[in-house]
Design a protein around this ligand. Structure first.
Ligand code: ADP
Length: 669
């Protein structure tokens, strides 16, 4: 399993910055009490003394590693950075000048640690440690002189030696391309170049069975370029160090690398991370940044109280497998061939990595919209289903309504026909009744008239003749009694016919209403003798109680008297003892109110409402007299007359105690 960590030389590692930010914030919070005390307790001071200039990538990486690590551990730490620039200036005067300069700058400063990068800085620090840095512990990194720990001054010191892992870089090359047949090793004729070769010879001997090793040394840059331009396939180049060619031409690391990579057609491997990103595939590289990180970590341990002399000098631990994806890709090397924990730069950001927030947002939006669309589709379907069900229901309803309408139209037509026929029948009935009644009444009047004459003559002339002859006298009386019966029945028949005629005339609208302005009191008073006639043979008294000064009414007097006669007649018929009272006064609403009350038999409660119906007669018991038999039309006619004038007629009755009939007529305006 190969783990890669991607670093960009130009763009800082985002995660590290975030982590650093969070850590800084946390440390800031926890350091508040310390900060408050800080006025009393000085912050720790560290001097970073670099042998070279910041423009030298190696030095810049070391410095960044130191600063980031120190600040991460202690944000309040004061870091002072110096670049001795001893690649450009090497004269004793320059060193003297530096010493004076630092004396001015730092003689009053007490450093908790001095971190040096590369050999010149550590040598300078050792030399002036007591004068300039007041015996501060020295933490070194990037030191090529592996004999440094043997120095007699090597006390109160800890650090990291710069030791290239040559075997690691050869392994990396063979791992990426196992078919490599030749590795060309480039180095120069400088002291460093020679020493590197001497070291390398001992180490790479282990690869001689796997690959042919060819040294390209002691060449001018041009000669080197010519060689590199014509290298065979299945070969690679290992760049050790090249700062001066055979002709004495000096090159910076990157200048040399530029010339080499321009000419070389095969992959170039190296030993230092400052070559990475400038044309080498990679290798087990000495990392300036990790040198710096490790030096800073040692400085923190020492500042926290650990004795530096007990910390062993570190060798090679800062080296890392580091590769450039651009170069790997150029030679078709796959990432999965790399050793685990390799650091790979220039891995192209995948579209997903680059736009992960946008992609997440758009995906979320698409999901959200999909849910909405699905919901809408489901709703739409449900709505359409409901609509079609509703349409079907509507169609059924319409069909049903059409059917019902047709049936109703048919029924209505049938009813119209029936109504028409009924009307015709009613007209026919009225015509028949009129004719029959009229035709009956005329001979009946004659029969009654002659009957009365016969009875009168018989009683006057014949009955006296029978006096003395007992049998004849008895027969005479019986004839006279029979004549009376014929008279009574004839009169009853006449009343019946009259009632029939009145009712049918009122219902058919053929009655004549001879309305005149009337004084109600006067009308009733005139009629009193007639009313008294009903009580001539009975022990019942008639009481008339009429309020004077009643306003006038407009009505047909005959019809009003017909109503009054009927009510008083009924009262007389159904009252055996006590009294019948007729009162006339005004209602609260300003109407004429006439009441006829009696102390008679009364009307059964459940029949009171029905007595105004045509032909309705209350069930009479066997004790009903002959006179109580009526037509059942009197109250129906009275109701129609009263209602014709806009009034009302009502009845109240208590069986066994009596009844009272009230009708109202509006006064004239
Ligand atoms: P009728 O010609 O039979 O009297 P009405 O229409 O005048 O017809 O009366 C209907 C019925 O109402 C009567 O048959 C009678 O039974 C009852 N009725 C009317 N007035 C009285 C009353 N004052 N006392 C008791 N019963 C009455």
């Amino acid at each position: 399993m190969v783990n890669f960590s991607t670093t960009q030389k130009i763009q800082p590692d985002f995660k590290r910055i975030v982590a650093f930010g969070i850590l800084t914030a946390v440390l800031f919070v926890f350091s508040i009490p310390n900060s408050l005390e800080g006025h009393a307790q000085d912050p720790r001071r560290v001097l970073v003394l670099n042998s070279y200039n910041y423009s030298f990538q190696w030095t810049a990486s070391i410095t960044r590693g130191i600063e980031e690590t120190l600040l991460e551990a202690d944000p309040s730490i004061k870091i002072m950075v110096e670049f001795m620039d001893t690649k450009s200036h090497v004269t004793p005067e320059y060193y003297k000048n530096l010493e004076e300069q630092f004396h001015i700058k730092y003689s009053h400063v007490k450093f908790d640690a001095v971190i040096t990068s590369d050999d010149n800085a550590v040598n300078f620090a050792l030399k002036y440690r007591d004068d300039l840095f007041k015996g501060a512990p020295i933490i070194f990194c990037g030191v090529n002189n592996h004999n440094l720990p043997a120095n007699s001054n090597f006390t109160n010191m800890a650090g990291i030696l710069e030791a290239p892992d040559i075997a690691g870089s050869f392994n990396a090359a063979l791992r990426l391309d196992p078919n490599l047949k030749t590795i060309y090793i480039v180095t120069d004729e400088t002291t460093t170049g020679k020493s590197v070769r001497a070291d390398a010879e001992r180490i790479i001997i282990q690869f001689k069975d796997r690959v042919r090793l060819v040294w390209l040394q002691g060449l001018s840059m041009e000669e080197l370029q010519d060689k590199l331009a014509s290298l065979p396939k299945q070969s690679a180049v290992m760049l050790m160090t090249f700062t001066r060619d055979r002709l004495g031409q000096a090159f910076s690391y990157n200048e040399a690398l530029g010339h080499i990579c321009t000419a070389c057609t095969r992959p170039v491997y190296g030993l230092f991370d400052f070559y990475l990103g400038n044309g080498i595939v990679g290798g087990m590289l000495i990392s300036g940044k990790y040198q710096g990180i490790m030096a800073a970590e040692l400085a923190i341990r020492v500042m926290d109280g650990e004795n530096p002399d007990t910390i062993p000098v570190i060798l090679q631990k800062s080296n890392r497998y580091m590769f450039d994806f651009t170069e790997m890709d150029r030679f078709g090397y796959a990432l999965n061939k790399l050793p685990s924990e390799s650091i790979v730069i220039n891995i192209p950001e995948s579209v997903y990595t680059r736009y992960k927030f946008e992609i997440a947002g758009v995906t979320g939006l698409i999901l959200f919209l999909s849910i909405i669309i699905i919901t809408l589709i489901t709703n739409n379907r449900a709505r359409r289903r409901a609509e079609s069900e509703l349409e079907e229901l509507n169609r059924d309803q319409e069909t049903l309504i059409d059917q019902r309408t047709e049936e109703l139209t048919q029924r209505s037509q049938e009813l119209e026909i029936a109504n028409y026929e009924l009307k015709k029948l009613g007209e026919l009935k009225t015509a028949v009744l009129n004719t029959v009644s009229h035709d009956l009444r005329t001979p009946l009047t004659s029969v009654l008239g002659f009957c009365k004459i016969i009875d009168r003559d018989f009683k006057r002339f014949f009955l006296p003749l029978c006096r003395g002859a007992e049998e004849l006298e008895g027969m005479g009386r019986r004839i006279s009694s029979n004549l009376s019966i014929i008279e009574n029945e004839g009169e009853r028949l006449t009343r019946l016919i009259n009632d029939f005629l009145d009712l049918s005339k009122i219902e058919s609208g053929n009655i004549a209403w001879n309305n005149v302005s009337l004084d109600p009191a006067e009308l009733i008073t005139q009629c009193v003798p007639v009313l008294e006639g009903y009580f001539s043979d009975s022990g019942v008294s008639l009481k008339i109680d009429i309020k004077t000064d009643l306003p006038k009414i407009v009505a047909d007097p005959d019809r009003l008297l017909q109503v009054l006669n009927n009510l008083v007649g009924n009262a007389a018929k159904f009252t055996d003892e006590g009294k019948v009272t007729v009162t006339a006064d005004t209602t609260e609403g300003g109407w004429l109110r006439i009441e006829v009350s009696d102390t008679g038999v009364g009307i059964p409660t459940d029949e009171v409402d029905r007595i105004f119906e045509k032909f309705y007669q209350v069930c009479q018991d066997e004790s009903a007299t002959e006179i109580s038999r009526g037509s059942g039309m009197g109250l129906a006619i009275s109701k129609r007359i009263v209602e014709h004038y806009g009034g009302q007629i009502t009845a109240n009755s208590t069986p066994g105690q009596g009844s009272s009939f009230i009708f109202t007529i509006p006064f004239a305006k």
